[in-house]
Design a binder for this molecule. Structure first.
Ligand SMILES: [Fe+2]
Length: 160
């Protein structure tokens, strides 16, 4: 008889291409992915535990807000041309989450609610990290390279 090994289902997986090269943002993305998987695991239960769901959502929301603030600060520092669009996406997400939380308080963890939580928190955040943040990643890497190149090209003896 074969032993049925239940593989842990992961909604999101950290991949090396996601590395931006900014230690704080990279660490935050890893934490977000980890938390998304915890939430996903709870959502996958036949009857999700309302208290656990609430705790996961609360953590994710607080963490996403902190992470958005970090990203926005970095985008401003490097004068990222896609800043406004990216900033608006963060605000859109927060607005949707506010609606979701209000409905959750009203209706509790109904099936529809579970689907909405999954769609918004899991799908949106994962595609945001992989997609929208991908454009920022590319720009950030190019920005850092050109900064390093121009520093390397400076002649220290020319300084008076
Ligand atoms: Fe972002």
């Amino acid at each position: 008889m074969s032993e049925e090994k239940k593989e842990e289902k992961q909604c999101a997986k950290w991949e090396p291409y996601m590395e931006m090269g900014h230690p704080e943002i990279d660490a935050q993305h890893k934490t977000l992915i980890n938390e998304i998987n915890k939430l996903c695991k709870e959502l996958g239960n036949k009857e999700p535990d309302a208290e656990k769901l609430k705790a996961h959502i609360k953590f994710l929301l607080g963490y996403a807000a902190k992470h958005f603030a970090t990203e926005e600060k970095v985008m401003q520092e490097i004068r990222y041309p896609g800043y406004l669009n990216h900033y608006n996406m963060h605000r859109w997400f927060e607005k949707q989450v506010r609606n979701l939380v209000n409905d959750y308080v009203k209706f509790g963890p109904t099936h529809t609610m579970v689907v909405r939580i999954h769609h918004l928190l899991v799908d949106w955040l994962v595609s945001h990290i992989c997609g929208t943040d991908g454009d920022l990643r590319t720009y950030y890497k190019a920005y850092m390279k050109s900064t390093m190149d121009s520093m390397a090209g400076e002649d220290p003896s020319s300084e008076v």
